[in-house]
Design a protein around this ligand. Structure first.
Ligand SMILES: *[C@@H]1O[C@H](CO)[C@@H](O)[C@H](O)[C@H]1NC(C)=O
Ligand SMILES: *[C@@H]1O[C@H](CO)[C@@H](O)[C@H](O)[C@H]1NC(C)=O
Ligand SMILES: *[C@@H]1O[C@H](CO)[C@@H](O)[C@H](O)[C@H]1NC(C)=O
Ligand SMILES: *[C@@H]1O[C@H](CO)[C@@H](O)[C@H](O)[C@H]1NC(C)=O
Length: 483
């Protein structure tokens, strides 16, 4: 496909081909492998054929993000309990916490009554939000930093015993343990990394291990962890997979019945992450990036080993040494915190190591780059930085992990993928460089168009809202389970 991208006409032909293939495959698939009621649904991918048979959402096999939900809040507002180990502490937040924040602020904004059961932290002053319907119930974490289950359950029961019990309970991963969740039918758990997908990370780490580094037991222990998870995952009523790949694992390997597994891909704030050329240019100017740089590469996130930074460091080092033109024309912006920030500086003035950025600055950062690269080795959940770059209209380059290739970089029109080896990464970098800014800009437009359908915070929040309405306590809610 890459050879089709020489010049604009070739690009268009490729696009048409891709859409036709997609259309044909969906048509074939919908006739061949799913019940007839599914034909002609109002999928946003544009296969509308006007069938009146509603979809049963609970068994809908694709990501709910492909559907469109009303932008107005529903008539029935929900009382929602959220269990989350830690509420995000600004820019330090990991994926699970950011998911909790983005989703539940959006739900509070839509008028739902949110009760967040989370740990208090002595390190930062707890943030204040302008929503009266968003309430926090803090408790001291256990020694290991988890939610004290007895304590939060007591808080929960007190809130649930009022005249107004909870309609639905949501837990981010195992924040609420299976010992408490097992008898709660109106509960959904969101997974941000399960043991089976981590096996891929273990394999990669073992392959990348230097001969003088000691072998860890992770790879051998992971199989037992999977079996353990398969047993206790059954004790959560409903499961939300944050990538298509995990949806498949939960149904196939973890053997959870299909009507209890729902795929809702992560979303990020579309009002924050959006294209803004001028802001991007100013960002470059402020950094003093010379105009001679024809390719600006961006990376963001924790700058640690398991995010693939040793690999990226080595690939850049080798390319800089073997090709002076590449070195002269490329600038690399690195946002984030971690030991590899200092190492990158050793590569010379092409590397702009920016440290951790606040959200507004991060949005400008994405606008300043031509391509976003995420060399992560962690096959867990769905990385938020990729989605932020997508909504900013930037093409992507990332490791061939199933969550990424299955949900985000699903074709060459959205970017580039590589195997986690220095050689494969170098090959990818050269390819991006040869394609150049023009091709990348075109890919960026296609990327954003798809991203605005699938990866906005609004899409994520309305999909969860619909799921919560569907599984909430009450008799007439099965209407919400139809689409
Ligand atoms: C609080 O800060 C200390 C030291 O800086 C750190 O070790 C600890 O992990 C922090 N705790 C939280 C909950 O962030
Ligand atoms: C919450 O209260 C309702 C109403 O009393 C009850 O039916 C439900 O079982 C309670 N939920 C839990 C998890 O205790
Ligand atoms: C392994 O060897 C490399 C290079 O020979 C060295 O830089 C590194 O520090 C060594 N690591 C350990 C854990 O000994
Ligand atoms: C760098 O790579 C490009 C593309 O492969 C090649 O045309 C060029 O000659 C190389 N330059 C150097 C200095 O090796």
């Amino acid at each position: 496909m890459a050879s089709c991208f020489h010049g604009y006409r070739g690009f268009c032909t490729a696009l048409v081909l891709v859409s036709v293939l997609y259309y044909v495959s969906i048509l074939y698939w919908s006739h061949a492998s799913v019940p007839s009621y599914f034909r002609g649904t109002r999928l946003e991918s544009g296969i509308g054929m006007g069938s009146n048979h509603p979809i049963d959402l609970l068994t809908f096999p694709l990501a709910w993000n492909h559907l469109s939900f009303p932008s107005n809040p529903p008539q029935k507002l929900l009382k929602i309990a959220l269990f989350v180990k830690k509420w995000p502490d600004g820019r330090q937040a990991g994926g699970l916490e950011r998911h909790a924040l983005t989703l539940h602020l959006a739900l509070a904004k839509r008028g739902h009554e949110l009760h967040v059961f989370t740990t208090s932290s002595s390190n930062f002053s707890f943030p204040k939000y302008p929503y009266e319907n968003l309430r926090f119930h803090l408790s001291k974490p256990t020694g290991a930093g988890y939610l004290d289950q007895a304590l939060v359950w007591e808080q929960f029961v007190a809130q649930n015993s009022t005249h107004n019990p909870f309609d639905v309970v949501h837990t981010e991963s195992v924040s609420l343990r299976h010992t408490r969740s097992k008898n709660v039918p109106n509960l959904a758990v969101s997974w941000h990394g399960i043991a089976y997908e981590s096996i891929h990370s273990d394999i990669i780490q073992e392959l990348l291990r230097a001969p003088n580094e000691t072998q860890t037991n992770q790879l051998t222990e992971r199989g037992a962890k999977v079996v353990e998870e398969i047993k206790f995952f059954q004790k959560y009523a409903h499961h939300v997979a944050t990538s298509d790949h995990v949806g498949d694992i939960l149904k196939r390997i973890y053997m959870i019945p299909e009507n209890r597994v729902h795929v809702i891909l992560n979303g990020v704030d579309e009002d924050v992450f959006k294209p803004d050329n001028e802001k991007g240019q100013n960002f470059r100017l402020n950094l003093g990036i010379p105009g001679s740089k024809s390719l600006i590469i961006g990376m963001a996130g924790r700058l640690v080993k398991d995010k693939g930074h040793p690999l990226m460091f080595e690939a850049l080092k080798q390319i800089f040494a073997e090709n002076s033109t590449f070195k002269e024309t490329v600038a690399v912006l690195v946002a984030g915190d971690g030991p590899w920030g200092a190492r990158y500086k050793e590569l010379g003035p092409n590397l702009f190591v920016l440290g951790p950025l606040q959200t507004g600055q991060l949005a400008r950062f994405y606008n300043a780059i031509d391509i976003f690269i995420n060399p992560t080795l962690r096959a867990q959940g769905l990385d938020h930085t990729l989605l932020e770059a997508v909504l900013s209209g930037k093409p992507l380059m990332a490791t061939k992990l199933a969550s990424i290739t299955g949900s985000v970089i699903t074709g060459t029109e959205y970017g580039y993928t590589f195997s986690p080896t220095v050689d494969s990464l170098k090959k990818g970098l050269y390819e991006v460089w040869k394609d150049g800014r023009g091709v990348l800009e075109k890919k960026g437009k296609v990327v954003r168009e798809r991203g605005m359908k699938l990866f906005t915070a609004t899409k994520m929040a309305t999909a969860y809202e619909r799921l919560f309405l569907c599984i909430s306590n009450g008799e007439k809610n099965h209407d919400y389970c139809k689409y």
